[in-house]
Design a protein. Structure first.
Length: 448
C-alpha cells in the first residue's frame, strides 16, 4: 500500500488543476461515493444506516473512420453478427467528426486535424501537457500492476460481450479487466451527453471545462472508480463527462474512435438508432435527461491499422426493480445476450439490496459464469444460492459506508477474507481501512 500511496500523491500533484462545481448538501448526501444509483422513489429508501452493532470504523477516505468490422451491431436485436464487409451501412445519425474532435481535445490523442476551427490549439496543448504525464503514471502505477494480476485470475475463452452495471465513465478499467472484449455495455444513471458541443465551444469555457476534467480524471485514477457527482457536473459540458472519460480510456489503451451514434430501446428490447430527425423532434419537444435523445450512445472504436471494430454502448438507466418492471426495454435487450462476462465495482452496495435491486442481480447470476467485483458485488449468500463459489484477493475488514449495507453480508465477506494477504492496488472501493480487494464470483468449473 505504500507504493500506491506514493502514486496517489504523484498523480494528485499532476492532475489537481481544476475546481469542482458546487454541489448541494442534498446531492452529497445521496451521491457520496461513486456511481450511486438510487432506486425509483416508489421502491423504498436508497440506503440504510449500518446498525449500531457493526464494528467501529473510521470515516471514508477518500482518427480516421473505417467501416469494415469483424463484429458489428445487428440493427434488429443489438447483438453481434458476422462480418458484413466494408460496405456495411450503419443506421442512425453518425457523429464522427464530433467524437474525433473529443478524442483529440479531451483525450489528447489522434491527429491535430481533428481539432475544430473554433478551438485554439494552444488550449488543447496546455491541457495535454498536464494530462499526458498523468496517463503515463496511471499506466505504470495501476494498469501495469492490475492487468497482469487480473489476467492470472481470468479463465480462457470468456465471452467477449461485457456487461458492467453501475459502470458509468469507466471503460478504462473495463478494458483493463477484459482486454479481449469486443462489446462493452456500461449502465448507470448518467447520460452520455450531447457530443455536438465540441464544435461550438468557445476557448475560455473549454479551458475551464478541461481543467475540471483533469481534476475528475485524477480522482478516477487515484480511486480506481468514477464518481456520480463528477459525471453529473460534466453532463452539459462542451465534451460531456461520459464521452470525455471514454476518450481518455481509448487513448490510454491505444484505441481510436470510429464513430458515435445515439439510440433508444423499444419496449421489446430492440435498438432504435436515432436519426437527425429523431433528435431534432426530441429536442423540440423538450425531452432531456434519461428520456432525451442523448441518454444512450454507442462509440465504435478500434486499434490503429486494424479493421476489427469494438464498441461501447453506454446506457443511462435506473436499474431498480421498480423501474425495470415499468420500463423493461433494457432488460429485454440484455436477455438477447445468453452469456456475458460481467463486472461491477464501487456500486454503493446496491447488489446487496434484495428489495430494490434483485432483478439486475438475478440477470447477472443467470447470464454469467465468471464475474469480478469488489465487495459491492454479489454477496456470498446469493452466490451460494445460484451455485457459485467466490475467490477473494486482498484484505477486507468492513464496508465503506456507501449505499445499502447490512451486518449479515458484511460479516460474511469479512469471514471470507480472513487470512488473506494484501494486494498492492485498489479495484473499486477499498474497505473501511483502505485495503484494496477483489472478489471473483464463478461457477466451480470456471478456473484460470
Amino acid at each position: 500500500m505504500k507504493n500506491r500511496s506514493r502514486s496517489a500523491r504523484n498523480l494528485g500533484a499532476v492532475l489537481l488543476l481544476g475546481t469542482l462545481g458546487t454541489v448541494t448538501g442534498a446531492s452529497l448526501m445521496t451521491q457520496t461515493g461513486c456511481r450511486s444509483h438510487p432506486p425509483d422513489p416508489t421502491a423504498g429508501p436508497q440506503s440504510q444506516a449500518i446498525p449500531p452493532s457493526a464494528p467501529p470504523r473510521p470515516s471514508a477516505s477518500e482518427a480516421p473512420t473505417d467501416a469494415s468490422a469483424a463484429i458489428v451491431p445487428n440493427s434488429d436485436s443489438g447483438g453481434p453478427t458476422s462480418d458484413p464487409g466494408a460496405d456495411e451501412k450503419l443506421e442512425g445519425a453518425q457523429f464522427t467528426k464530433e467524437v474525433q474532435a473529443a478524442f483529440r481535445v479531451a483525450g489528447c490523442a489522434g491527429d491535430d486535424s481533428f481539432i475544430p476551427p473554433n478551438i485554439d490549439k494552444a488550449v488543447v496543448d496546455k491541457h495535454c501537457a498536464a494530462l499526458k504525464p498523468a496517463f503515463a503514471e496511471y499506466k505504470k502505477e495501476w494498469l501495469d500492476v492490475a492487468m497482469p494480476f487480473i489476467a492470472k485470475l481470468r479463465p480462457a475463452n470468456l465471452p467477449t460481450t461485457v456487461v458492467y452495471p453501475f459502470g458509468g465513465g469507466d471503460l478504462v478499467s473495463a478494458l483493463a479487466t477484459y482486454p479481449d472484449g469486443t462489446e462493452f455495455n456500461t449502465i448507470s444513471l448518467e447520460t452520455a451527453g450531447d457530443v455536438r458541443g465540441v464544435l461550438k465551444a468557445d476557448n475560455k469555457r473549454l479551458a475551464r471545462e478541461l481543467a475540471t476534467l483533469r481534476d475528475h480524471l485524477g480522482k478516477l485514477f487515484l480511486k480506481a472508480h468514477s464518481r456520480t457527482i463528477n459525471l453529473d457536473i460534466e453532463t452539459h459540458g462542451a465534451i460531456p463527462g461520459e464521452i470525455a472519460y471514454t476518450m481518455a480510456a481509448l487513448a490510454i489503451h491505444g484505441f481510436e474512435p470510429v464513430t458515435l451514434r445515439y439510440f433508444s430501446f423499444e419496449p421489446d428490447g430492440t435498438i432504435h438508432w436515432l436519426t437527425a430527425e429523431d433528435i431534432a423532434t426530441a429536442e423540440k419537444s423538450g425531452k432531456t435527461g434519461r428520456a432525451g435523445p442523448f441518454a444512450n450512445a454507442e462509440i465504435r472504436f478500434k486499434k490503429p491499422g486494424e479493421s476489427k471494430i469494438r464498441f461501447l454502448r453506454h446506457v443511462a438507466y435506473d436499474l431498480s426493480n421498480a423501474n425495470l418492471a415499468k420500463q423493461p426495454g433494457l432488460l429485454k435487450y440484455l436477455e438477447t445476450k445468453p452469456k456475458a462476462s460481467t463486472m461491477t465495482k464501487a456500486a454503493s452496495h446496491l447488489l446487496w439490496d434484495d428489495a430494490n435491486f434483485s432483478t439486475i442481480r438475478n440477470w447477472l447470476m443467470t447470464h454469467t459464469d465468471w464475474m469480478i467485483s469488489d465487495t459491492t458485488g454479489v454477496p456470498p449468500r446469493i452466490a451460494k444460492q445460484y451455485g457459485f463459489v467466490q475467490d477473494v484477493y486482498g484484505q477486507y475488514e468492513w464496508p465503506e459506508p456507501f449505499g445499502t449495507v447490512n451486518n449479515k453480508d458484511a460479516t460474511e465477506f469479512h469471514n471470507l477474507f480472513k487470512g488473506h494477504e494484501p494486494i498492492s492496488f485498489r479495484y473499486g472501493y477499498p474497505d473501511n481501512k483502505s485495503h484494496g480487494h477483489i472478489v471473483v464470483t464463478r461457477k466451480p468449473d470456471m478456473k484460470p
